[in-house]
Design a protein around this ligand. Structure first.
Ligand code: ADP
Ligand code: MG
Length: 647
């Protein structure tokens, strides 16, 4: 992996780092020049506040110089954007921190794998490498342990394994033994020495001279300046040093699968909080699904009842528009019906005249509604004949004394017996029963459709009804699409015949339209409720994600130090929000379906459609995307140095 190359591994020339402090500036590093070659073991020493960590952050590309130039493998850092910097950092440097900085919710192996994920290494390769490294560092039996289940020395070895997983040419260790007991510290130092002997460059910060003695070269800092460099002369002489090949700059796409896995893990780590956050989304989604199912069920019931009467019908009543008819209005006649029959697009015409009458069979009397009409009635009303037949045009012409009975009348007059061919008396006139209608059940107004008897209109006028006027004319059209046109034609015809508009035409299709419109309004209303509850849920998600970003600032710093680009962090946190909302969406849909089924079992009409469930889920998903973005962006924009030093 190495080639002979004159370029030094790292080259800092007159590098300064200033921090603004009140009115003035703090000079943390003051014109530092330092050259590091492949294979060196370098200790940086100095008192607290001398600039060691600042220098380390600059070397490790977590920070940029305020002045001066810095070249890594011959590449000027100044020319790189933050993603390129992250890629170079990921490929060249491995960080070891004083306080290990392992991700608490991940196992030892997963912690080691982290930089490899950002480097785009495949899962198997990653797992193999992590297991191999941990084995090598004596932790082969601790792969699945969480950081809290490991001792300090073991945690530091995990963090060294993490630093090595991308085969870093340079290991940067900031006080790696500072938090360890002397034996664990010695083990870690032995490990670093071994890495150096294998050819890796090791740069170590320490304030302990004994630790510094391990290194081949000691650089001393004081007030941001290099005051001593033990190998300044030696390196100048060593012309045969080699540098690693230039970094590969692999362009890796953020790994969504890993982001989801990490998201699930961190959500599990805060289960109670996650559940509370979920609840808002669950309730929002469930309410949409249930309310829409029940609302659709209710309006469908109304639509069904109206449709049962037929949507291809026009109802003509006597009386001027807007005036409620007494029913005895003299305006509609059978001749009008005949004229309508002759129009285009007419399937059938059924003029009606009804009155209450008492039917007698044997010694039984039964009071019902007798309707005189035309043969077209059964077609217009879409009513089946159960037995016998309906009267014909010939019956109509011949004033035949025949009657067709509804089921309720048959039951009351004949009990179980067969009425066909029997004679019933209507107003003392015998009518032969020629047919029985099939049961039609309740009318939209709640009356009993089957409590009725039908006679030819002509016979009715002669024998049953006093006057010769119609109560209604029901017109069945052939082509529903042209129903408005037909309605206009009938209106024109009747106005011409009556010399004025003394009738009203109602269009069943338009009544249905009104119902659908109401249903549409209901849907919009429910949609608004859904939007509001999802908004509230979304704000909850955003709130909790902001808290999470604050809590996990250090973790974000670690991820950045191990090579995460801004977009990786953005993806990670936005994925968490989307996962919460997605889970909430699924649970909400299930809960909504469950509540709908419960309502159904209680007798409430319910209609489940896939669209509201899908829409609600999609909205929940979108909520996560939108409301997770801001916190995720906040996380992605963190300065790695600040994030790493947060408590
Ligand atoms: P060391 O690691 O040697 O203890 P540091 O590199 O952390 O020293 O700090 C060097 C100097 O820079 C200190 O005086 C410190 O107060 C200052 N400094 C470090 N970071 C910041 C910062 N973010 N803002 C302002 N001053 C800082
Ligand atoms: Mg420090």
């Amino acid at each position: 992996m190495t080639t002979a190359n004159d370029a030094p591994l790292l080259e800092l020339v007159e590098v300064s780092r200033h921090y603004p402090a009140g009115e003035g500036v703090v000079v943390a590093l003051d014109r530092v020049s330092l050259t590091v070659r492949q294979g060196e073991y370098l200790a940086i020493m100095g008192q607290s506040g001398s600039g060691k960590t600042t220098l380390m952050n600059l070397i490790g590309l977590l920070d940029r110089p305020s002045e001066g130039s810095y070249r890594v493998l011959g590449q000027d850092v100044d020319a790189l954007d933050s993603d390129e910097l992250a890629a170079l950092r990921r490929d060249v440097f491995g960080f070891v921190f004083q306080r290990y900085n392992l991700i608490a919710t991940a196992s030892a192996a997963e912690n080691v794998e982290l930089p490899a994920i950002y480097a785009g290494l495949g899962r198997r390769a990653r797992e193999d490498r992590a297991a191999h490294l941990l084995q090598r560092l004596g932790l082969g039996d601790r792969l699945e342990h969480r950081p809290t289940q490991l001792s300090g020395g073991q945690q530091q070895r995990v963090s060294i394994a993490r630093a090595l997983v991308n085969d870093a040419a340079i290991v940067l260790a900031d006080e790696p033994t500072g938090a360890l007991d002397s034996r664990s510290g010695a083990e870690v130092l032995a490990l670093l020495r071994q890495l150096n002997e294998e050819g890796r460059t090791v740069i170590l910060i320490t304030h302990d001279p004994a630790v510094a003695a391990e290194a081949g070269r000691v650089v001393k800092l004081h007030d941001g300046r290099i005051v001593e460099d033990s190998a300044a002369a030696a390196t100048a002489a060593a012309g045969t040093t080699v540098a690693a090949e230039p970094p590969r700059h692999r362009l890796t796409a953020p790994d969504l699968g890993e982001a989801v896995k990490m998201a699930l893990r961190s959500l599990k780590a805060n289960l109670f909080r996650t559940v509370l956050t979920l609840l808002g989304i669950v309730i929002g989604v469930a309410s949409v699904v249930t309310l829409l199912a029940v609302g659709n069920g209710a309006s469908q019931q109304v639509v069904d009842r109206i449709s049962a009467m037929g949507t291809n019908l026009l109802l003509i009543r006597p009386g001027a528009p807007g005036v409620r008819s007494s029913g005895d209005n003299a305006s509609l006649t059978p001749e009008d019906a005949a004229a309508i029959q002759a129009l285009d697009n007419i399937a059938s015409v059924a003029p009606e005249r009804s009155s209450g009458a008492t039917l007698r069979y044997g010694n039984k009397d039964y009071a019902t509604q007798v309707t005189g009409t035309w043969p077209g009635y059964v077609s217009a009303r879409d009513w089946d004949i159960a037995e016998g037949g309906f009267f014909t045009a010939a019956d109509l012409r011949s004033y035949a004394p025949v009657v067709v009975l509804g089921q309720t009348v048959v039951k009351n007059l004949f009990g179980g017996g067969d009425p066909l061919g029997s004679y019933v008396l209507i107003n003392s006139v015998p009518f032969e029963v020629i047919g029985v209608l099939a049961s039609k059940g309740a009318s939209p107004m709640g009356g009993d459709n089957d409590d009725a008897a039908f006679v030819p209109l002509t016979t009715g006028f002669m024998r049953v009804f006093g006057s010769h006027y119609l109560r209604t004319i029901t017109v069945e059209v052939d082509d529903v699409a042209r129903i408005d046109e037909t309605q206009a034609a009938i209106t024109a015809l009747l106005i011409e015949r009556h010399r004025g508009e003394d009738f009203q035409i109602r269009n069943m299709a338009s009544i249905l339209d009104t119902v659908s419109e109401t249903q549409g309004t209901l849907t919009i209303l429910l949609g608004a409720i859904a939007a509001i509850s999802l908004l509230v849920g979304g704000i909850g998600v955003m709130n909790i994600m902001l808290v999470s970003v604050t809590e996990r600032t250090r973790e974000i710093g670690v991820r950045m130090a191990t090579g995460a680009r801004m977009r990786d962090i953005l993806l990670q946190f936005n994925t968490e929000a989307v996962v919460v909302c997605g889970i909430g969406g699924v649970l909400g849909v299930l809960l909504g379906l469950g509540l709908g089924m419960l309502a159904e079992s209680l007798g409430v009409p319910v209609i489940f459609a896939p669209e509201p469930a899908l829409m609600a889920f999609a909205c929940a998903f979108l909520t996560g995307l939108v409301f997770g973005f801001l916190p995720a962006r906040k996380a992605a924009r963190l300065d790695p140095v600040v994030a790493l030093s947060s408590e």
